[in-house]
Ligand binder design. Structure first.
Ligand SMILES: [Ca+2]
Ligand SMILES: [Ca+2]
Ligand SMILES: [Ca+2]
Length: 314
């Protein structure tokens, strides 16, 4: 029992978190953007101002950007590109900001050559983490594409008034949340070629990073390229997950080998690769199980006969 408890704890600590949070990509500033209305703190260089806000753990006033100008002042930074292809359900910009007085600041994004402002925050004199989310692209009014993300710029608007004291930013990053979908036996979610299924089964999938109750379509192709099934209308939970979800996709009659799961979020116009799994013939052929059951009465008969003779002997 102790061993079982230990194994369960091990699974919870080391295996389950792999699938959780893996659907979020962190992108940091990697170049200065279209304009720069702030100044660099000590050690920050014009043309490479992004280097003072791209650390992985915020370093306070060791490296920062600032402005003491009155009125609205903006700076823009590019962020890293990515090679992701999956459905983007949210984009969140994070910034550690502080003021030396009692000033205001607003996180913004720049996409389609247009600036989109978030909430205006009243800063405090200590660095505080602020964030702003855009679930869809405010410029196209459609879902985000990875091309949009690659060309995205982020920044801060400082709105200094009255005393014209100083606003500072020390760290910026962007989290892109994207959907995952994989066979629910995948040993290394959200995507590995592992996960063994048999041709006498119906495929179950798991995943996360989708919008609440989002409806998606799924297609499964066999190793020979033929389509095993196209299942429409898979519906994510209220928290945007699929948990050992019965897709209704029967694997019966499909070619064995590496099968591939594709997802469409545009009604089947485009299909995107999401996961693979190993499709095998059933481990115990059904005919031997049947034969075993048929032989059972004969075996019982001989066992009984043996014991009858044993006790009948003087
Ligand atoms: Ca970029
Ligand atoms: Ca910094
Ligand atoms: Ca898999």
């Amino acid at each position: 029992m102790k061993k079982l408890a230990f194994a369960l704890v091990f699974i919870m600590i080391f295996i389950l978190p792999k699938g959780v949070g893996a659907e979020e990509l962190t992108l940091r500033p990697n170049a200065d953007g279209v304009s720069f209305g702030w100044s660099g703190g000590v050690g920050c260089t014009a043309g490479s101002y992004y280097e003072c806000v791209n650390e992985t753990v915020q370093d306070g006033d060791t490296t920062y950007l600032y402005t003491t100008s009155a009125g609205n002042r903006d700076y823009y930074l590019n962020i890293e590109d990515s090679t992701q292809t999956r459905f983007i359900s949210n984009v969140t910009v994070y910034q550690y900001l502080r003021t030396l007085g009692n000033e205001l600041a607003t996180i913004f994004i720049y996409t389609g050559a247009t600036q989109y402002l978030g909430t205006e925050y009243s800063l405090t004199t200590s660095y505080v983490l602020y964030s702003e989310s855009w679930p869809t692209n405010p410029n196209t009014l459609n879902n985000w594409t990875w091309s949009d993300i690659n060309s995205l710029q982020v920044g801060t608007r400082s709105s200094n008034s009255g005393g014209m004291t100083e606003n500072r930013v020390t760290q910026i990053w962007v989290n892109v949340t994207f959907g995952s979908l994989y066979d629910s036996r995948d040993p290394a979610p959200p995507n590995s070629t592992g996960g063994t299924w048999y041709t006498n089964e119906v495929l179950n999938v798991s995943g996360s990073g989708w919008r609440s109750n989002q409806v998606i379509d799924m297609k499964v192709n066999a190793s020979d390229g033929s389509t095993i099934c196209t299942q429409l209308g898979l519906t994510a939970s209220a928290t945007g997950t699929f948990s050992d979800y019965d897709t209704g996709c029967s694997l019966s009659g499909a070619a064995t080998g590496l099968a591939t799961i594709y997802v469409s979020t545009d009604g089947g116009a485009t299909w995107t690769f999401y996961d693979q799994f190993d499709l095998q013939a059933p481990p115990v052929p059904e005919f031997s199980l049947g034969m075993g059951l048929a032989l059972l009465p004969i075996v019982i008969y001989f066992l009984l006969r043996r014991s009858v003779f044993k006790y009948a002997s003087p």
